[in-house]
Design a protein around this ligand. Sequence first.
Ligand SMILES: Cc1cc2nc3c(=O)[nH]c(=O)nc-3n(C[C@H](O)[C@H](O)[C@H](O)COP(=O)(O)OP(=O)(O)OC[C@H]3O[C@@H](n4cnc5c(N)ncnc54)[C@H](O)[C@@H]3O)c2cc1C
Length: 390
Amino acid sequence: MSLAVPLTAGAPSIAQGRGPRVVVVGAGAFGGWTALMLRRAGAQVTLVDTWGPGNTRSSSGGETRVLRGTYGDRAIYTRMAARAMRLWTEHDAASGRQFFQRIGALWIFGRDDAFGTASLEPMRASGLPVEWFDPAEASRRWPQISFTGVSRVLWEPEAGYALARRACEHVVATLVAEGGRYLQARVPAVRIEPDTLTQVTLDTGESLAADAFVFACGPWMGTMFPDVIGSRIRPTRQESFYFGTPAGETRWTAPQMPVWLDYRAHLFYGIPDNAHRGFKVADDTQGPPFDPTGGDRSPSADSVSAARTLLRERFPALADAPLLGSEVCQYEVTSDSHFLIDRHPGAANVWLVGGGSGHGYKMGPALGEYVSTLLLQGGDPDPVFRLAHR
Ligand SMILES: Cc1cc2nc3c(=O)[nH]c(=O)nc-3n(C[C@H](O)[C@H](O)[C@H](O)COP(=O)(O)OP(=O)(O)OC[C@H]3O[C@@H](n4cnc5c(N)ncnc54)[C@H](O)[C@@H]3O)c2cc1C
């Protein structure tokens, strides 16, 4: 099935009657949205999570995540992001909340702006506006940023950020309000019978029988399916920092300050204001292996120092800003940073959904719609998402 089909189709309507029973394990951005979209397409859905939607151990558990359509020549993700942004907007309108903050994103390129150039055509094809500025124009518009050493900047006005952990909670609340079931429990192991899975047993002792299962266990996918996934999805340690801005200054918050992504040897990025927690700075470089259950989440001195170097270069007025807080999270990376969306090779009624690889959060609604369509209507995922591709 081509990705273009479900991602350009209208949102599935709530079907009456009794559809197939589906158990979704994992209530992060991938599992939560998949459960909601399955429910809206008529399935009887039970969603299960060990520690709760957007819990601090999960990859979706941070305060904020960037939403952008800029993906170089990986047009499939630009299309998915464009669809996701529309669905985020609809979700906000229906709920009267604002989980998607559309404040724009600024890509700041050092010498090499090929990634920006390659992004243009897919973005225009998906209806996402985009604009180049030279450093002089950018300095006039964003005087609080230093554009020293910058070739060009790419402005994506429709981009922004999502309130990550809070949206996960709200998606689950919406699922329950629309007739789905949510259980806080762990699925300790999965026993595939020849060619199928008929039930999972929770650590509470309850068994959940279903026609189909979706496992969206984020960084735990490898331990949940050691033989089939194993190290094809690896958790890596990632750190984000929150720096304090001077009292009364509005130039560090939206609308004066957009989401920014500094594209040089390392990709640093940040989100201004960030729900009043401070000026967020994070390094997108994949960190060392990390245990998402028991790993130490104290920040490292080296990473604080690297973030401060970035501040000094790009936001000189914040060079000595106090560090207010930090988050240690994990990416769940695949070798090529493509997502994993596929059937279990030993059971066609089991779907494996993960490998967000540091860019999955924004996709939640569109990915959920995509998985729901495949599961309920049949068809194969795009080859880049297949297990065989990993
Ligand atoms: C620091 C950081 C910054 C990021 N920045 C961005 C960004 O700017 N933009 C973006 O789009 N993406 C970003 N990402 C990536 C994105 O957050 C992840 O790809 C996405 O949240 C993954 O969602 P998930 O549902 O697959 O996994 P998770 O959110 O980890 O959810 C998995 C859930 O499964 C549950 N679970 C696991 N095992 C079991 C079990 N056996 N039984 C029951 N429940 C179980 C867990 O409790 C968890 O809640 C970032 C990630 C990090 C860490």
